[in-house]
Write a protein that binds this ligand. Structure first.
Ligand SMILES: *[C@@H]1O[C@H](CO)[C@@H](O)[C@H](O)[C@H]1NC(C)=O
Ligand SMILES: *[C@@H]1O[C@H](CO)[C@@H](O)[C@H](O)[C@H]1NC(C)=O
Ligand SMILES: *[C@@H]1O[C@H](CO)[C@@H](O)[C@H](O)[C@H]1NC(C)=O
Length: 387
């Protein structure tokens, strides 16, 4: 993880890297309460406030240091000694934080960029209400640039780089304010599971988790949000231009002259039932948009090892009450799926197989595994409990 080679030269970038490190650490702390942060090794490059980082400030600091630092540590010892006498235990605090007084517990975070100087209360000039993530390789930069430009300043932009190239993106002005996470050869759902924990993305009302190969000529994100809000869609996607390549499900096909649709009507022969996915309560996973509440559930549904997310689309409705009403396709803001193989080409080639073949096989295998797990979990839950 990191922000690539430019991290050292660009101070804002360092902030992103650090922010991601903090976010990641926070997430680990949450998920594995027994692992304390002190046991994590923090790369020394992230520790900014050492004397090495500030050669020019050093002269002044040396004069100040002995007094101020011994005073400070005294105060810290004294106050922590006093607190531990106070037997704090707050069961309503988040799990693991019961020993802290509730007033100091910061249970949620955000992806807002802060300054290294000045008053923290003056760091943020705006607090974006929406988040969009793109999982990208540099080859798709033109397409991604066009897509990013359809998202207003009300969005935090987050890039997941699967090809290890991050610095090059700085040719785009927006890239300097975006959050970059670079981990080679990982999938969208792998990143989402690791870096979009619901407590980290808590301030964002809607979260767009998008692929890189979408044509956005007829799409505007602000207009899109107005529509999903109006129609109460918790999970949605823009409709696909019927001329899109790689059409998988008919329900995603754009219907001209209407704002949204929620099902296939009349339901075509292939449907398991008119109310069943993929004919209702269904969107695909290429350009999905989640409300904050829906994402809190879907994050938990994503399996750590099933990185391609196949089968997830059929189960999204598990996360929404009255899914037939609250999952839908937005027709009047629509996109073109260009079906670029992208990550498929990052598989491992062998004598017998092309790289994309191995990836495809894994996708299908994961789908089966996901379904089996869900069936087993249902059965386990429904089985009468022995007392
Ligand atoms: C705690 O603070 C008092 C003064 O407030 C000081 O005399 C004492 O040495 C401190 N104790 C420790 C353990 O630092
Ligand atoms: C610690 O508690 C003692 C007595 O309860 C109090 O006099 C002292 O000021 C406290 N120290 C700090 C640093 O709060
Ligand atoms: C951002 O959100 C505010 C409040 O909803 C809205 O008034 C404003 O028009 C939005 N900005 C853009 C560029 O659409």
């Amino acid at each position: 993880m990191g922000a690539g080679p430019s991290a050292r030269s660009d101070p804002m970038r360092s902030v992103f890297t650090m922010l991601m490190a903090i976010a990641f650490g926070f997430f680990i702390g949450k998920s594995f309460p027994s692992l304390s942060i002190s046991k994590l090794s923090i790369p020394t490059s992230l520790i900014l406030c050492t004397e090495v980082s500030f050669p020019k400030c050093e002269a002044q600091e040396i004069k100040d240091r002995p007094r101020s630092s011994s005073l400070a540590s005294n105060e810290i010892q004294n106050s922590s000694a006093n607190q531990s006498q106070g037997d704090i235990w707050v069961p309503t605090n988040p799990r693991g934080a019961e020993r802290l007084p509730p007033g100091i517990v910061a249970a949620e975070s955000d992806l807002y960029l802060r300054k290294l100087w000045g008053n923290p209360s003056e760091d943020l000039t705006n607090k974006p209400k929406y988040l969009v993530t793109f999982t990208v390789g540099y080859k798709q930069r033109k397409n991604v640039d066009a897509a990013v430009k359809k998202f207003s300043g009300n969005f935090t932009i987050m890039m997941f780089h699967y090809d290890g190239r991050t610095t090059e993106w700085d040719e785009f002005e927006w890239s300097r304010k975006a959050i970059h996470v670079s981990v080679p050869k990982q999938t969208k759902w792998w990143y989402a599971k690791r870096f979009l924990h619901p407590d980290i993305v808590a301030p964002y009302e809607y979260i767009f988790i998008w692929d890189e190969d979408l044509g956005v000529e007829h799409f505007n994100a602000e207009e899109y949000i107005k529509l999903v809000r109006k129609h109460g869609l918790e999970i949605s996607q823009p409709a696909l231009d019927p001329k899109s390549k790689g059409f998988n499900w008919q329900i995603t096909r754009r219907r001209v002259g209407q704002e949204i649709h929620r099902d296939e009507n009349p339901s075509p022969p292939g449907c398991p039932g008119p109310r069943e996915p993929p004919c209702a309560g269904f969107v695909e996973i290429m350009a999905t948009v989640f409300s904050r509440d829906a994402w809190r559930c879907v994050w938990h549904l994503i399996q750590n090892d099933l990185v391609h997310g196949w089968g997830l689309d059929f189960s999204l409705r598990r996360c929404v009450e009255r899914a037939r009403e609250k999952i839908g396709v937005v027709d009047s803001q629509w996109i073109v799926h260009q079906a670029v193989p992208s990550l498929g080409d990052q598989g491992e080639a062998s004598q017998e197989k092309k790289p994309c073949q191995g990836v495809r096989e894994r996708c299908k295998m994961e789908w089966g595994m996901f379904n089996n797990r869900l069936v087993a979990a249902d059965e386990d839950y429904l089985r009468p409990k022995q007392s």
